[in-house]
Every structure is written in C-alpha cells, then in structure tokens.
Write a protein that binds this ligand. Structure first.
Ligand SMILES: NC(=O)c1ccc[n+]([C@@H]2O[C@H](COP(=O)([O-])OP(=O)(O)OC[C@H]3O[C@@H](n4cnc5c(N)ncnc54)[C@H](O)[C@@H]3O)[C@@H](O)[C@H]2O)c1
Ligand SMILES: O=P(O)(O)OC[C@H](O)CO
Length: 333
C-alpha cells in the first residue's frame, strides 16, 4: 500500500486523495486550516471544497507538514501555481529524499516563466527524474462523483511515471504514462487562458461557432508555444492538450470558464475576483504564458487579448473585434 502525502486540500487535492485511496493507497492530506483537517478526520468530508464527496477511511488530514510528509513514499502538490515557490520554501525541507514529487498544478510562474516541474526542481532540490506531472480533463467535481476520466502521468523517467500511474489507477481514473513533461505542462497552463476567452464569448452571448473557433485557434497557440519549448506535438493532441482544452472550455464546472463568463456578462475583473473563492489559474498565468511566448518569439493573440482584458487595458467586446480584424493568414501559421 503506497503512503502518499498530498499538500493542498482544495478541490483537486481532495479529489486526488480519494483517487489514490480508491486505488488502494493510504493518504495524508495537508490542510492549512485546522477546521478542514478536523472535518476530514472526524466526518471524512471536506465541506469547504467538495461537500458531496465522502472520503475513504484511508484518507486522514493534518495541519503539520512534517507529520504529513513523515514516511511518505510519494508526494503530491495540489496548491495554486503562484504559491508553489513560497509553500515549498516553508515546508519543502520535510519532503522525504528520493520520493516522487507529483505536480497537479496547471500554471506558469509569474516573473520567471518557469513551469511547475521546474519550480519544484529548483526549490525542493529534487531531480528531473523524480518530478511527475499529472494533467488531463479532470474537473474535480466529476472525479469526486467517480465519473470515468483519464489523465496523463508524465515524467522524464518512464519507470517513475509508471509507479505513479499504478498508484492512481482505479475503476474511474485511467492514467496514461508519458515522458513529455513539457507538453503536459504547456497544455495544462494554456488551456486555462483559452477557457477564459471562451467564457467571455459565452458571457457576451455568442454561440458554438465562436466557442469552437476560439478553442481551435487556442489549440494552435498552445501547439506553437509547445513546439518552441520542445514539446512533442502529439502530446497536445492528447488528453493533456486537446482533451483538457475541451473539458475546461465547455464546462460550467470550470472556474476559468466561469470567470470568463462573468467578465463577458459585464462584471469587472475585481468584481469577479471578489466572488471567486477557488483558484482560477488562467487569471495569473495569462501574463506568464504571454511573457514566456514573447521570450521564444511565439505569437499568441488570444492569450494576449485575455491578458489585456484581465489587466484592464481592453474591454471584453473589444477583444473579439481585435481578433477578428487581424490580418488573414494560412491556417497552419
Ligand atoms: N479543481 C480542479 O478541477 C483541478 C483539476 C486539475 C488540476 N487543477 C489544478 O490544481 C491546482 C490546485 O487547484 P485546486 O482546484 O485544488 O485549487 P483550490 O483553490 O480548490 O485549492 C487550493 C489549495 O491550496 C491551498 N493553498 C496553499 N497555499 C496557499 C496560498 N498561499 N494561497 C492560497 N491557497 C493556498 C489552499 O488552502 C487549498 O487547500 C491548480 O493549479 C489547478 O489548476 C485543478
Ligand atoms: O476549474 P478549472 O478551470 O481550474 O479547470 C479544472 C481542471 O483543470 C480541468 O481539467
């Protein structure tokens, strides 16, 4: 039985803890708030994030990072992308030497342009072959309801990817191993930005042609950035690319999609931030994706427009006009 410490007891950390337990593992969740840990231990429920999910008995929780990490054979990180560096700085020294460190985050670090696996390697002092990325169409509430889903488990070392895949394989969660970590992370980070754009279009009242256009051209932007960073194009046609893009852009359960809908319906960025209690990664990562693209000379007009809206330098309606007025070009470019 694999013993795993999951850091971050929000929506995805909690749902992923259930996956690991349903796959036969023992899980300790690290929670920042004592009341969250107490409710998980006494009632087996994380009411603040996933009230409908009853956690298996083999999931417990603690607010003590050292206790969570003690004896863990695997570490899972399910925290906001922009706080990973600070969080690891705080408790990363408790992580056991040699254990795989699994990143569930979908974002690019602001200021450095680093992918989450790169931040983890830098701050937690772990090797590239030890860092694993899990990414795919995995809306936490559907997973919590045990609806069938699949995901990519990517690591430069295939053996480590297989070990993590084994630990999370269950009747409702099907992992596919990969060695293309870059592709998995680029797909996960960019789809959040594209989902904001699709949400904005929906909020403005536009229908499926517009949404399909944004998704498809969003995939083209993702593929261009992936190619510049050395990703395998096939990864972006898979679960961590097009699969996650479809789920996030189409689902009312997506926080990024919903954030965009609210903007499209006329709320200001500040108003939507004020009513958003969970992490909508695209709001921060639009800037870091765009900066990363600029560093590599990659054109990402949808991401640029979303960033301009999020940074309050362009209105939502203007974004559509700008994109439609761009010079015509060959579809492949
Ligand atoms: N929810 C999903 O469906 C889902 C699915 C796949 C991937 N992800 C990714 O997983 C990551 C975590 O997402 P989530 O949905 O669990 O987020 P969430 O907002 O539901 O939970 C975030 C968790 O991180 C903790 N945290 C630790 N340090 C924090 C800090 N400094 N500030 C704020 N919170 C802090 C919070 O207490 C909370 O437990 C994101 O990168 C997200 O894109 C989410
Ligand atoms: O709710 P979102 O927008 O963070 O999306 C959740 C997952 O990443 C979907 O795979």
């Amino acid at each position: 039985m694999t013993r795993t410490a999951v850091f971050g007891s929000g929506s995805w950390g909690t749902a992923f803890a259930a996956i690991l337990a349903d796959a036969g593992g023992e899980v300790v969740l690290h929670a920042r708030r004592a009341e969250v840990a107490e409710a998980i231990n006494s009632d087996h429920v994380n009411a603040a994030y996933l009230p409908e999910l009853t956690l298996p008995e083999t999931v417990s929780a603690t607010t003590d990072p050292a206790a969570a990490a003690r004896g863990a054979e695997m570490i899972v990180l399910a925290i906001p992308a922009q706080t990973v560096r600070a969080n690891l700085g705080e408790w990363g020294h408790h992580l056991p030497t040699g254990a795989p460190v699994v990143s569930l985050m979908k974002g690019i670090e602001l200021g450095t342009g680093l992918r989450m696996s790169e931040v983890i390697q830098q701050v937690a002092d772990v090797s590239r072959d030890q860092v694993v990325v899990v990414s795919g169409p995995n809306l936490s509430r559907e997973i919590a309801a045990k609806q069938p889903a699949a995901s990519v488990v990517a690591c430069s070392d295939l053996g480590t990817a297989e070990q993590v895949a084994q630990a999370c394989a269950s009747a409702y969660f099907r992992p596919y191993t990969q060695t293309d970590v870059v592709g998995a992370e680029v797909g996960g980070a960019v789809k959040n930005v594209i989902a904001l754009a699709v949400g904005m279009a929906q909020g403005l009242g536009y229908g499926d042609n517009t949404k399909a256009t944004i998704i498809t051209r969003g995939l083209a932007e993702t593929a261009r950035l992936g190619a510049a960073l050395g990703a395998d194009p096939a990864t972006l046609m898979g679960l961590a690319g097009v699969g996650d893009l479809i789920a996030t852009c189409m689902s009312p359960l997506s926080r990024n999609h919903s954030f965009g809908v609210n903007l499209g319906q006329g709320m200001s960025v500040e108003e939507v931030v004020a009513i958003t209690s969970q992490t909508a990664e695209g709001v921060k990562s639009c800037r870091s994706v765009l900066d990363l693209a600029a560093t590599h000379g990659v054109d990402m007009p949808i991401c640029a427009g979303v960033t301009a809206v999020v940074e309050n330098v362009m209105g939502v309606a203007e974004l559509g006009d700008e994109l439609m007025a761009r010079p015509h070009k060959h579809e492949r470019h």
